[in-house]
Structure formats: structure tokens, C-alpha cells
Design a protein around this ligand. Sequence first.
Ligand code: ZN
Length: 281
Amino acid sequence: MIRIRKTSPAPEVLLTRGGRARADLCARYEEDPKGYDSGTKVFVFNAGIYGHPDVRNVLMEAQHAKCAFCESKFRHIAYGDVEHFRPKAGCRQVENGPLLRPGYYWLAYEWENLYLSCALCNQRFKGSLFPLRVAKSRAKNHRRRVRAEEPLLIDPGGDEPERLIGFRREVPYAVANNARARVTIDALGLQRTELMEQRRERLTLLWALRVVAESDKPEAVAAREKLATMVQGPSEYSSMAKAFLREPSRRRTVAARKKAGHLGHSGSGERKAQQGRSGRR
Ligand SMILES: [Zn+2]
């Protein structure tokens, strides 16, 4: 996950049609709060507003055509879902816990609350899950302030995900055992098999490029240039790539040790260090 900066203003459709729809939802709630709180009445949302092509296009650009959570590129066959960070129609504090109605209905058309997500992150994992550090602090309707909440899920638009989620090879982990990072990795399935395979493939490429980049071959310059693009936002799994390139390579580690007189040749010490790193995966 990387930081998403929505530098463009909210698309017009959210301000006009979205603004009117929000006012209508709030008025309906005021008419029968108990009905909506109990779930006997449910809101109907207009996907034509929050999922409008203008909204999708601006999000697609801000997110570099990648899922807001897992950083997988959207393929031509799957353009991604417009996902509500705070679920619009009911939420859960814990997986398989009770669905808390009515959800964050007043944020259904709110620019800050919208992201593009792949179907797996959105549907199979996050769904209506929205845990808070203190469950009681939840804003249950539009009269309450969401600013009083402390969400456990990392918000790619408001937090700095890369300070909280690190990578050991292709495996994401919670930096300093951060609780929000642990919950986020688990809730979004960031260690799911398919995703790990994709990242592993990317890692193989990074590895190969780094070997060439550190060599004396004529291709080294091109390899360094390619590596430089792979850590940029538009590249798939760039947060993992950055973490990978921050690690000292075997070649550089051995050279540094030789220089310091710790190693006569590329010997067992380095091999043990490599094995130790693998063992912590
Ligand atoms: Zn995803």
C-alpha cells in the first residue's frame, strides 16, 4: 500500500448530484432514526453517482491505475470497484461480527471516502469490515463526527502506509509490530496466496535487474534506470520494490565486509545471514 494523493478537486458529480443525494439520505434518517438503526429500513444508494466515470477516471489517475490497498494494476478485463473506505450500508467491528446499521450513509458520495479497489480486496476481504480502536467512539449517524474515531484500517489517503507496513522479500509485515498495520494486513488479505505469487514474480525481476545493475556489463545503466522506475508510484508493488532496494545486496555486503577485513571470500558468514533472513519470513 502506498500513499494516495487526490490532488484534483472532488469531481463535480459528487458535489452536485452527490450533495443532493446526501441531503436526501440525512432527511430520511431524521424521519425515522430507529427504523434505520434497527435495519428495518435501509438506504438505497445511487452507484451512478459514486461510480460515475468522472469519479473513476480521477481516482484511476490518482492511484496510477492500481488497487488502493494491494497495489495490483487494474487489467483491461477488470477496472476495479469504487470502494467506500467507511462502508456506506452497515459495518462490522470484527470479521463475522454483527452488521452495525445503518453504516456511514452520509459519506456514500464523499470524495475523501472513495477509492478504487480490486474485487478481491474489496469483496473477498474488506467488505463491510471497519474496526475502530474504541468501538464506542463510532459515528452512528450524520450528526456524529467521524474525526473522533480512530480507525484500525490504514487509510491510504490520510496515513503514510509505507511507514507502517514493511516488506521482507514479498511478505508484508507490521513495522514495529504496529497494531493498525497488523489489522490492515489481515483484514485486506495482503498475504493472500495469489498476491504473494504476483509479488514474488516481481521480486525475481528486481533481483535479476539488481545483479545486472551492480555489474560492469554495458546493460548496467539500463538496469539501474529500470530499477529507478520500479520504485515509483505508477509501478506495480512499488512499496515492496522500495523495501527490497533498501536492503543491502549480497554483492555489496560481501564487498563491504571484505573491505572491513571480516571476510576473506564470500564465505559462510554471509550465507548464514541470508539463511537468517529467510527464516524470519
Ligand atoms: Zn487489491
